[in-house]
Ligand binder design. Structure first.
Ligand code: ATP
Length: 337
């Protein structure tokens, strides 16, 4: 691995609150790395230490193999969670200023500002003051500000907040382009669905401590398929009687079937074909939010994060963190991502 960023035993507290508690992390060059965790987990504090805004109480952060300093942070673009626009500046002026700050020559800065505003459908707002923009527009301007100097690492704190689905898609497209150009994107979110769709690496943090980190496909592969969606001609009692089936639920015209740890989707499919006609069969691994809950419980950390459900079919534990399931169909084994 060729890490662009390395955190070694990093700690940071605020008074009695241990916001980040001994985190080690390697961020490979060219990765899209998601920092995930519930509210208050320590994501923003970690990001601010990477940006050299906060100094760690203990541990060290290396950028491209060297201790983080001002020269390193010049190579990092940052989208803060809170609004960070110069209110009195016009949109175009603000962005040109952001580009110039990071050393982009004036003519080139103007050219890039024009291009990006066009791409984000903000060209007609170039002369507007930043505080005259809607929340979503301000977020787009901030995003452009983070990437306009084409930094080697782009750090985005909750980049999708306040954006409509079309702009979420546009951001995803641009994040992929940044990766295609060999650069690295690090972003925080508490929305697991976004992370599952965008990241190739994830870092799960809870109560300031690392719960999981590494390649998303490898993490997900460690969790067997435990749920199958079915459409077909079946009796509920017959489904319940199948080996390794723990729970059966009717959902519209679909059945949802949960398997125990010994069950496999292949074996289930074989049994189903004996029972009757199978019109749809779709097996899925647990979503990231459930993986997170299991890891948190297994790690002996104090309690599951508020706002996240338990891993079982009933979602025991209350409200769910926003999530979709990682779904793979039979015949596409190993093709999760
Ligand atoms: P969110 O998803 O809500 O933005 P987060 O994971 O980014 O949360 P942090 O902002 O890093 O979490 O906060 C971690 C902990 O540190 C919280 O308990 C928070 O109250 C505390 N904290 C963060 N910044 C400060 C500060 N400047 N002063 C005091 N406490 C702080």
């Amino acid at each position: 691995m060729d890490p662009i960023l390395q955190l070694r035993g990093v700690r940071r507290s605020f008074g009695r609150i241990q916001a980040v508690d001994g985190v080690d992390l390697d961020v490979p060059r060219g990765s899209i790395y998601g920092i995930l965790g519930p509210n208050g987990a320590g994501k923003t504090t970690t990001i601010r230490m990477i940006l050299n805004i906060y100094t760690p109480d203990e541990g060290e952060i290396l950028f491209d193999g060297r201790r983080l300093d001002r020269r390193a942070t010049d190579r990092i673009g940052y989208l803060p969670e809170e609004r960070g626009l110069y209110k009195r500046l016009k949109v175009g002026e603000h962005l040109e200023y952001m580009a110039r700050l990071k050393g982009v020559p004036a003519g080139e800065a103007r050219r890039r500002v024009g291009q990006w505003l066009e791409r984000f459908e903000l060209a007609d707002r170039a002369m507007a003051k930043t505080n005259e923009l809607s929340k979503g527009m301000q977020q787009k301007v901030q995003f452009i500000g983070a990437i306009i100097a084409e930094p080697e690492v782009v750090v985005l704190d909750e980049p999708f907040s306040g954006l409509d689905p079309i702009n979420v898609e546009l951001l995803r497209e641009i994040i992929a382009e940044i990766q295609d150009s060999g650069r690295t994107v690090l972003f925080s979110t508490h929305v697991m669905e976004q992370a599952e769709q965008i990241c190739d690496h994830i870092f799960l943090i809870h109560q300031g401590r690392k719960v999981l980190d590494g390649r998303l496909d490898e993490i997900v592969q460690d969790y067997p398929v435990d749920k199958v969606r079915l459409v077909g001609d079946f009796q509920e009692s017959a489904l319940r009687a199948l080996p390794h089936v723990t729970t059966v639920r009717r959902d519209g015209n679909e059945w949802k079937v949960w398997l125990d740890e010994e069950g496999s989707p292949q074996q289930l499919l074989t049994e189903l074909v004996k029972l009757g006609r199978v019109d749809l069969f779709s097996a899925s691994r647990p979503p990231l939010s459930e993986i997170f809950i299991r890891e948190v419980k297994g790690s002996g950390a104090a309690s599951p994060p508020a706002g996240m459900s338990g891993g079982g079919p009933d979602g025991a534990g209350g409200g769910r963190m926003e999530t979709t399931e990682s779904t793979s169909s039979i015949g596409r084994e190993g093709g999760m991502r």
